[in-house]
Design a protein around this ligand. Structure first.
Ligand code: ADP
Ligand code: ASP
Ligand code: MG
Length: 412
């Protein structure tokens, strides 16, 4: 029988009523003749609560124990979903990641899926089971410990299963009815896109649009998974939601197709480091070894052989970054007068594959922000995106004014 993957996010399994509603939707697909692989997130808010407990005990936690704790939310919803389906007379069984097994790297809290042997689940389908419910977000390392795939990782579980089982489609059910030109919670002018290109979705996701985890888009692109985002709260037609697809399948497109933002960004400055060959390696080597994901970098003009080095990284890695820099200083590898961390910033990005062939996007972005009196702290660009760091208090205003300036309310 053809296989369908259906993933339900936290709000879609937030309580028993919603689990029942999601299970009914699964039942509809089973009745159509599909064997279904259901991927569930933890109940909304649960993973945050678990992360909060870990942080309270130990800000520089052991990532193996972090994973042991934060993966647990999905165990609950997987079992509850299987029970709900059984109550509806749909033959269903749940699996935690290690039982499948979802084999991952040992990069705890940010592991990557390496393989999903399908035999266990396929043999159950052959015995008449119709729905395999999988706890999303989790796997098992080569050392036999529980891993997690990074926040939002259930999306990646879903796409990886779709690839491993050659599913007809991977449907991501969430609390919005598709991918929008920007987060619909920030402006009601956000417009739902019927289709979005893999490359654009990849950028939007990696720049903060949390509707899909970045890695899930990468996998969908690599394995050509038919990926759709749709609402678990509305009745669905067959072409509902947003299809994430190859660029060639999209006829019309704006130059800028989306605005993303990220609150979880911090700006760090090493004040007065010696400006000498090798200094960048001496700073960013230890940061990378400490697992800090550096994003933007600027080095100021050097005066009398000293310079300021500024970089951005996720807010929750500031403590690690500080420790890595102080340790490097103690070892005599770098020297600096001060280390400043500004966690009151946000990153705003404009994304569009049209930027490859059209100039002037950066100028328009900077003019728009300046007209609103918003100061830009750091800039970075790539082929299809421009990002700026601004004071966090301007985040909403920046997103709204850029959405207006690039005319995203209206289709091309
Ligand atoms: P789930 O729990 O279902 O995984 P998430 O909260 O991870 O849901 O992702 C859905 C949320 O992503 C939406 O509620 C919305 O606020 C946010 N979001 C951010 N950017 C976008 C965008 N461009 N289009 C749609 N939703 C977006
Ligand atoms: N529950 C996990 C999280 O909140 C994974 C997910 O929902 O995708 O990050
Ligand atoms: Mg999510």
């Amino acid at each position: 029988m053809p296989i369908l993957v259906m993933k339900f996010g936290g709000t879609s399994v937030a309580n028993i009523d919603r689990i029942r509603r999601a299970a009914k939707r699964v039942g509809v697909e089973v009745a159509k003749g599909y064997d279904v692989i259901v991927i569930v997130s933890a109940m909304a808010g649960r993973t945050n609560e678990l992360v909060g407990w870990v942080d309270e005990i130990s800000p520089l936690y052991d990532a193996r124990e972090y994973d042991a704790v934060v993966s647990s939310g999905e165990n609950v919803t997987a079992g509850l979903m299987a029970l709900t389906l059984q109550e509806m007379d749909v033959p269903a069984r749940s699996w935690q990641g290690w039982q499948v097994p979802v084999q991952t790297t040992s990069a705890h809290s940010a592991a990557r899926i390496e393989d999903i042997p399908p035999e266990n689940i396929l043999s159950k389908f052959q015995e008449g089971m119709r729905v395999a419910v999988i706890a999303g977000f989790q796997g098992i390392s080569p050392e036999g410990r529980i891993t997690t795939l990074g926040r939002g990782g259930s999306d990646t579980t879903a796409v990886a299963f779709a690839a491993a089982f050659d599913a007809e489609r991977c449907d991501i059910y969430t609390d919005v009815d598709g991918v929008y030109t920007t987060d619909p919670r920030i402006t009601d002018k956000a417009r739902k896109l019927d289709k979005i290109a893999f490359e654009e979705m990849l950028e939007l996701a990696s720049l903060g649009a949390k509707v899909l985890q970045t890695r899930s888009v990468e996998l969908a692109m690599r394995y050509n998974v038919k990926l759709r985002v749709l609402s678990s709260f509305e009745e669905q037609s067959d072409d509902a939601g947003t299809l994430v697809c190859a660029e060639e399948e999209i006829m019309e497109s704006n130059v800028v197709n989306g605005i993303a933002y990220s609150r979880e960004e911090a700006k760090m400055t090493l004040v007065s480091v010696a400006d000498r060959p090798g200094i960048a390696a001496a700073i960013f080597g230890p940061l990378s070894e400490a697992g800090v994901n550096v994003d933007m970098i600027i080095q100021n003009i050097s005066e009398e052989g000293r310079t300021d080095m500024t970089f951005s990284c996720p807010t929750n890695q500031v403590a690690r970054a500080e420790k890595a820099m102080q340790d490097a200083k103690t070892r005599g590898e770098i020297n600096f007068h001060d280390l400043l961390a500004d966690t009151n910033v946000a990153k705003i990005s404009a994304v569009g594959i049209g930027m490859r062939s059209q100039s002037g996007v950066a100028a328009k972005m900077f003019k728009t922000l300046s007209d609103e009196g918003i100061n830009i702290k750091v800039i970075s660009t790539s082929e299809i995106k421009i990002s700026v760091l601004v004071d966090r208090k301007y985040m909403e205003l920046a997103v709204q004014s850029l959405h207006d300036a690039f005319g995203l309310e209206h289709a091309a």
